[in-house]
Design a protein around this ligand. Sequence first.
Ligand code: UDP
Length: 324
Amino acid sequence: MTILVTGGAGYIGSHFVRQALKNGYDVAIIDNLSRGHKESVPEGVKLYNVNITDFKKLAETVKEISPDAIVHFAAFAYVGESVEDPEVYYVNNTAGSLNLIRAAKAAGVDKFIFSSTCSLYGNPVKVPISESEPVKPINPYARTKLMIENTLSDFSDAYDLNYVALRYFNAAGADPAGMIGESHDPEPHLIPIVLQVALGKREKVFIFGDDYNTPDGTCIRDYIHVNDLADAHLLALKYLENGGASDIFNLGTGNGFSVKELIDSARKITGKDIIADIADRRPGDPDVLVADNGKAKSVLGWEPEYGLDEIISHAWNWHQNQKY
Ligand code: UDP
Protein backbone atom coordinates (compact mmCIF):
# COMPACT_ATOMS: atom_id res chain seq x y z
CA MET A 1 0.00 0.00 0.00
CA THR A 2 1.39 3.37 -1.05
CA ILE A 3 0.83 6.53 0.97
CA LEU A 4 1.39 9.95 -0.52
CA VAL A 5 2.61 12.29 2.22
CA THR A 6 2.52 16.00 1.49
CA GLY A 7 4.80 18.04 3.70
CA GLY A 8 6.75 14.84 4.39
CA ALA A 9 9.96 16.83 4.86
CA GLY A 10 8.37 18.96 7.58
CA TYR A 11 8.34 18.48 11.34
CA ILE A 12 5.29 16.28 11.86
CA GLY A 13 5.33 14.86 8.31
CA SER A 14 8.90 13.56 8.65
CA HIS A 15 8.04 11.75 11.88
CA PHE A 16 4.99 10.20 10.21
CA VAL A 17 7.10 9.04 7.24
CA ARG A 18 9.43 7.10 9.57
CA GLN A 19 6.56 5.45 11.43
CA ALA A 20 4.82 4.55 8.15
CA LEU A 21 7.99 2.93 6.77
CA LYS A 22 8.44 0.99 10.03
CA ASN A 23 4.89 -0.29 9.60
CA GLY A 24 5.57 -1.61 6.11
CA TYR A 25 3.93 1.09 3.98
CA ASP A 26 5.45 2.45 0.78
CA VAL A 27 5.78 6.21 0.97
CA ALA A 28 6.10 8.98 -1.61
CA ILE A 29 6.55 12.60 -0.53
CA ILE A 30 5.40 15.85 -2.09
CA ASP A 31 7.17 18.81 -0.51
CA ASN A 32 8.38 22.08 -2.02
CA LEU A 33 11.03 22.34 0.72
CA SER A 34 10.01 25.92 1.52
CA ARG A 35 9.89 25.02 5.20
CA GLY A 36 10.79 21.34 5.12
CA HIS A 37 14.26 19.84 5.32
CA LYS A 38 15.61 17.55 2.61
CA GLU A 39 17.89 15.97 5.24
CA SER A 40 14.84 14.59 7.04
CA VAL A 41 13.77 12.46 4.06
CA PRO A 42 14.93 8.86 4.55
CA GLU A 43 17.03 7.26 1.84
CA GLY A 44 15.00 5.41 -0.75
CA VAL A 45 11.87 7.53 -0.31
CA LYS A 46 10.95 9.42 -3.46
CA LEU A 47 10.59 13.18 -2.95
CA TYR A 48 8.63 15.17 -5.53
CA ASN A 49 9.48 18.86 -5.30
CA VAL A 50 6.02 20.13 -6.22
CA ASN A 51 4.10 23.12 -4.94
CA ILE A 52 0.54 22.19 -4.00
CA THR A 53 -0.59 25.58 -5.33
CA ASP A 54 0.33 24.40 -8.87
CA PHE A 55 -2.79 22.37 -9.65
CA LYS A 56 -1.66 21.01 -13.04
CA LYS A 57 1.69 19.70 -11.80
CA LEU A 58 0.14 18.46 -8.56
CA ALA A 59 -2.63 16.53 -10.34
CA GLU A 60 -0.10 14.95 -12.72
CA THR A 61 2.13 13.97 -9.81
CA VAL A 62 -0.72 12.44 -7.79
CA LYS A 63 -1.77 10.43 -10.89
CA GLU A 64 1.82 9.28 -11.42
CA ILE A 65 2.21 8.15 -7.79
CA SER A 66 -1.30 6.67 -7.83
CA PRO A 67 -1.41 6.27 -4.02
CA ASP A 68 -3.94 4.28 -1.99
CA ALA A 69 -4.18 7.11 0.53
CA ILE A 70 -3.03 10.69 1.02
CA VAL A 71 -1.81 12.10 4.32
CA HIS A 72 -1.75 15.86 3.97
CA PHE A 73 0.62 17.80 6.24
CA ALA A 74 1.83 20.52 3.83
CA ALA A 75 0.75 23.87 5.28
CA PHE A 76 1.95 27.08 6.87
CA ALA A 77 1.28 26.92 10.60
CA TYR A 78 2.16 30.14 12.43
CA VAL A 79 -0.77 32.00 13.90
CA GLY A 80 1.06 35.36 14.09
CA GLU A 81 2.26 35.15 10.49
CA SER A 82 -1.28 34.31 9.34
CA VAL A 83 -2.54 37.53 10.94
CA GLU A 84 0.19 39.60 9.26
CA ASP A 85 -0.03 37.95 5.85
CA PRO A 86 -3.35 36.09 5.47
CA GLU A 87 -2.98 35.94 1.69
CA VAL A 88 -0.22 33.33 1.77
CA TYR A 89 -2.24 31.28 4.27
CA TYR A 90 -5.36 31.27 2.08
CA VAL A 91 -3.24 30.47 -0.99
CA ASN A 92 -1.07 27.73 0.54
CA ASN A 93 -3.42 26.19 3.06
CA THR A 94 -6.87 26.69 1.57
CA ALA A 95 -6.31 26.87 -2.19
CA GLY A 96 -3.40 24.39 -2.02
CA SER A 97 -5.42 21.86 -0.02
CA LEU A 98 -8.41 22.24 -2.34
CA ASN A 99 -6.06 21.49 -5.25
CA LEU A 100 -4.89 18.36 -3.48
CA ILE A 101 -8.42 17.18 -2.69
CA ARG A 102 -9.41 17.72 -6.33
CA ALA A 103 -6.28 15.90 -7.49
CA ALA A 104 -7.14 13.03 -5.13
CA LYS A 105 -10.66 12.83 -6.58
CA ALA A 106 -9.34 12.95 -10.16
CA ALA A 107 -6.88 10.13 -9.41
CA GLY A 108 -9.50 8.01 -7.65
CA VAL A 109 -7.85 8.23 -4.20
CA ASP A 110 -10.59 7.57 -1.65
CA LYS A 111 -8.70 7.85 1.67
CA PHE A 112 -7.52 11.24 2.93
CA ILE A 113 -6.02 12.21 6.29
CA PHE A 114 -5.91 15.92 7.09
CA SER A 115 -3.76 17.81 9.63
CA SER A 116 -6.13 20.07 11.50
CA THR A 117 -5.75 22.01 14.70
CA CYS A 118 -7.20 22.63 18.14
CA SER A 119 -7.06 26.34 17.31
CA LEU A 120 -10.39 25.80 15.51
CA TYR A 121 -11.95 25.92 18.98
CA GLY A 122 -10.84 29.51 19.56
CA ASN A 123 -11.48 30.31 23.22
CA PRO A 124 -13.25 27.13 24.25
CA VAL A 125 -16.15 27.29 26.67
CA LYS A 126 -15.58 23.82 28.08
CA VAL A 127 -12.21 22.24 28.91
CA PRO A 128 -11.13 19.47 28.33
CA ILE A 129 -12.27 20.07 24.76
CA SER A 130 -14.22 17.38 22.98
CA GLU A 131 -15.00 17.28 19.27
CA SER A 132 -18.54 18.46 20.00
CA GLU A 133 -17.24 21.82 21.26
CA PRO A 134 -18.39 24.44 18.70
CA VAL A 135 -15.71 25.65 16.30
CA LYS A 136 -15.12 29.40 16.27
CA PRO A 137 -11.62 30.15 15.00
CA ILE A 138 -10.10 33.46 16.03
CA ASN A 139 -7.26 33.79 13.51
CA PRO A 140 -6.70 33.31 9.75
CA TYR A 141 -4.57 30.16 10.21
CA ALA A 142 -7.42 28.36 11.98
CA ARG A 143 -9.94 29.63 9.43
CA THR A 144 -7.88 28.19 6.55
CA LYS A 145 -7.96 24.81 8.29
CA LEU A 146 -11.68 24.98 9.03
CA MET A 147 -12.44 25.76 5.37
CA ILE A 148 -10.66 22.57 4.37
CA GLU A 149 -12.43 20.48 7.03
CA ASN A 150 -15.70 21.76 5.55
CA THR A 151 -14.54 21.06 1.99
CA LEU A 152 -13.63 17.50 2.93
CA SER A 153 -16.98 17.00 4.60
CA ASP A 154 -18.85 18.17 1.48
CA PHE A 155 -16.67 16.09 -0.85
CA SER A 156 -17.13 13.07 1.39
CA ASP A 157 -20.93 13.46 1.25
CA ALA A 158 -20.99 13.89 -2.52
CA TYR A 159 -18.13 11.75 -3.86
CA ASP A 160 -16.23 8.56 -3.20
CA LEU A 161 -13.80 10.13 -0.71
CA ASN A 162 -13.48 9.32 2.98
CA TYR A 163 -11.41 11.50 5.26
CA VAL A 164 -10.20 11.80 8.82
CA ALA A 165 -9.37 15.27 10.16
CA LEU A 166 -6.99 15.19 13.12
CA ARG A 167 -7.07 18.23 15.36
CA TYR A 168 -3.63 18.45 16.95
CA PHE A 169 -3.01 20.11 20.28
CA ASN A 170 0.62 21.23 20.85
CA ALA A 171 2.90 19.01 18.77
CA ALA A 172 6.26 18.67 20.52
CA GLY A 173 9.28 16.44 21.11
CA ALA A 174 11.40 14.52 18.61
CA ASP A 175 12.05 10.99 17.46
CA PRO A 176 14.08 9.32 20.26
CA ALA A 177 16.55 7.99 17.67
CA GLY A 178 17.79 11.59 17.29
CA MET A 179 17.95 11.82 13.48
CA ILE A 180 14.96 14.15 13.04
CA GLY A 181 13.30 16.84 15.13
CA GLU A 182 11.82 20.31 15.16
CA SER A 183 13.69 23.01 13.25
CA HIS A 184 11.95 26.26 12.38
CA ASP A 185 13.49 29.59 11.46
CA PRO A 186 12.40 31.82 13.11
CA GLU A 187 11.31 29.59 15.98
CA PRO A 188 8.00 30.61 17.58
CA HIS A 189 7.35 27.58 19.80
CA LEU A 190 7.88 27.39 23.52
CA ILE A 191 9.80 24.12 23.95
CA PRO A 192 12.50 24.79 21.29
CA ILE A 193 12.91 28.34 22.62
CA VAL A 194 13.33 27.10 26.20
CA LEU A 195 15.91 24.55 25.03
CA GLN A 196 17.78 27.19 23.02
CA VAL A 197 18.13 29.11 26.29
CA ALA A 198 19.41 25.95 27.98
CA LEU A 199 21.98 25.61 25.17
CA GLY A 200 23.10 29.23 25.56
CA LYS A 201 21.79 30.18 22.11
CA ARG A 202 19.38 32.68 23.67
CA GLU A 203 19.74 34.64 26.84
CA LYS A 204 16.23 34.10 28.22
CA VAL A 205 12.70 33.00 27.46
CA PHE A 206 9.84 35.47 27.71
CA ILE A 207 6.69 34.15 29.36
CA PHE A 208 3.84 35.71 27.41
CA GLY A 209 1.55 36.83 30.23
CA ASP A 210 1.17 35.70 33.86
CA ASP A 211 -2.33 37.08 34.43
CA TYR A 212 -4.33 34.34 32.75
CA ASN A 213 -7.15 32.56 34.50
CA THR A 214 -4.99 29.56 35.55
CA PRO A 215 -3.48 28.54 38.93
CA ASP A 216 -0.06 30.15 38.27
CA GLY A 217 -1.35 32.76 35.82
CA THR A 218 0.44 31.33 32.74
CA CYS A 219 -1.25 29.60 29.79
CA ILE A 220 -1.95 25.90 30.01
CA ARG A 221 -1.41 23.70 26.95
CA ASP A 222 -1.62 20.01 26.10
CA TYR A 223 1.78 18.98 24.67
CA ILE A 224 1.61 15.86 22.54
CA HIS A 225 4.67 13.89 21.37
CA VAL A 226 5.18 14.07 17.62
CA ASN A 227 5.58 10.26 17.40
CA ASP A 228 2.25 9.79 19.21
CA LEU A 229 0.72 12.10 16.60
CA ALA A 230 2.36 10.06 13.83
CA ASP A 231 0.92 6.85 15.29
CA ALA A 232 -2.57 8.36 15.34
CA HIS A 233 -2.32 8.95 11.57
CA LEU A 234 -1.49 5.29 11.02
CA LEU A 235 -4.48 4.28 13.14
CA ALA A 236 -6.69 6.71 11.21
CA LEU A 237 -5.51 5.11 7.98
CA LYS A 238 -6.33 1.63 9.34
CA TYR A 239 -9.74 2.97 10.38
CA LEU A 240 -10.46 4.14 6.82
CA GLU A 241 -9.04 0.92 5.33
CA ASN A 242 -11.50 -0.99 7.51
CA GLY A 243 -14.41 1.02 6.10
CA GLY A 244 -14.67 3.66 8.85
CA ALA A 245 -16.80 6.69 8.01
CA SER A 246 -15.35 10.18 7.58
CA ASP A 247 -14.74 11.73 11.00
CA ILE A 248 -12.81 14.19 13.16
CA PHE A 249 -10.61 13.42 16.18
CA ASN A 250 -8.80 15.48 18.79
CA LEU A 251 -5.19 14.49 19.42
CA GLY A 252 -3.78 15.49 22.78
CA THR A 253 -2.73 13.70 25.96
CA GLY A 254 -5.59 15.11 28.04
CA ASN A 255 -3.03 16.62 30.47
CA GLY A 256 -2.32 20.33 30.62
CA PHE A 257 0.86 22.09 31.74
CA SER A 258 1.40 25.79 32.33
CA VAL A 259 4.27 27.70 30.73
CA LYS A 260 5.91 27.97 34.16
CA GLU A 261 5.53 24.24 34.83
CA LEU A 262 7.05 23.47 31.46
CA ILE A 263 10.07 25.70 32.09
CA ASP A 264 10.58 24.05 35.52
CA SER A 265 10.46 20.65 33.92
CA ALA A 266 13.04 21.77 31.30
CA ARG A 267 15.32 23.06 34.11
CA LYS A 268 15.14 19.67 35.80
CA ILE A 269 15.78 17.67 32.63
CA THR A 270 18.59 19.82 31.22
CA GLY A 271 20.18 20.67 34.57
CA LYS A 272 20.47 24.26 33.26
CA ASP A 273 19.42 27.48 34.87
CA ILE A 274 16.90 28.72 32.29
CA ILE A 275 16.24 32.44 32.74
CA ALA A 276 12.60 33.41 32.25
CA ASP A 277 11.10 36.91 32.27
CA ILE A 278 7.46 37.89 32.24
CA ALA A 279 6.38 39.77 29.10
CA ASP A 280 3.08 41.00 27.66
CA ARG A 281 0.44 38.56 26.52
CA ARG A 282 0.71 37.33 22.94
CA PRO A 283 -2.51 38.24 21.09
CA GLY A 284 -4.86 35.35 20.46
CA ASP A 285 -3.66 32.96 23.20
CA PRO A 286 -6.54 31.28 25.08
CA ASP A 287 -6.04 30.56 28.81
CA VAL A 288 -6.33 26.78 28.60
CA LEU A 289 -6.30 24.27 25.73
CA VAL A 290 -6.51 20.64 26.84
CA ALA A 291 -7.93 17.79 24.79
CA ASP A 292 -10.64 15.37 25.65
CA ASN A 293 -9.05 12.51 23.68
CA GLY A 294 -11.70 9.90 24.53
CA LYS A 295 -12.97 9.62 20.96
CA ALA A 296 -9.53 8.92 19.43
CA LYS A 297 -8.92 6.35 22.17
CA SER A 298 -12.22 4.52 21.80
CA VAL A 299 -12.72 4.71 18.02
CA LEU A 300 -9.11 4.56 16.74
CA GLY A 301 -7.62 2.63 19.67
CA TRP A 302 -5.02 5.38 20.13
CA GLU A 303 -3.07 5.58 23.37
CA PRO A 304 -0.43 8.31 23.64
CA GLU A 305 2.78 6.82 24.98
CA TYR A 306 4.78 9.85 26.09
CA GLY A 307 4.36 12.46 28.82
CA LEU A 308 5.86 15.93 29.17
CA ASP A 309 9.21 14.82 30.65
CA GLU A 310 9.85 12.42 27.73
CA ILE A 311 8.78 15.08 25.23
CA ILE A 312 11.29 17.53 26.70
CA SER A 313 14.08 15.00 27.03
CA HIS A 314 13.69 13.77 23.42
CA ALA A 315 13.60 17.39 22.23
CA TRP A 316 16.69 18.12 24.37
CA ASN A 317 18.51 15.20 22.79
CA TRP A 318 17.63 16.58 19.32
CA HIS A 319 18.57 20.18 20.08
CA GLN A 320 21.97 19.18 21.48
CA ASN A 321 22.80 17.28 18.29
CA GLN A 322 20.65 19.12 15.78
CA LYS A 323 21.27 17.78 12.27
CA TYR A 324 19.53 20.53 10.27
N1 UDP B 1 4.95 31.01 24.89
C1 UDP B 1 5.68 31.82 25.73
N2 UDP B 1 6.90 32.28 25.31
C2 UDP B 1 7.42 31.98 24.07
C3 UDP B 1 6.66 31.12 23.22
C4 UDP B 1 5.43 30.68 23.66
O1 UDP B 1 5.26 32.13 26.85
O2 UDP B 1 8.51 32.45 23.74
C5 UDP B 1 3.65 30.49 25.35
C6 UDP B 1 2.49 30.86 24.46
O3 UDP B 1 1.95 32.11 24.83
C7 UDP B 1 1.54 29.69 24.70
C8 UDP B 1 2.47 28.52 25.00
O4 UDP B 1 3.73 29.09 25.34
O5 UDP B 1 0.76 29.94 25.86
C9 UDP B 1 2.65 27.61 23.80
O6 UDP B 1 3.01 28.40 22.69
P1 UDP B 1 3.56 27.76 21.35
O7 UDP B 1 3.91 28.90 20.42
O8 UDP B 1 4.64 26.77 21.64
O9 UDP B 1 2.34 26.93 20.77
P2 UDP B 1 0.84 27.37 20.40
O10 UDP B 1 0.03 27.13 21.65
O11 UDP B 1 0.86 28.78 19.95
O12 UDP B 1 0.47 26.42 19.31
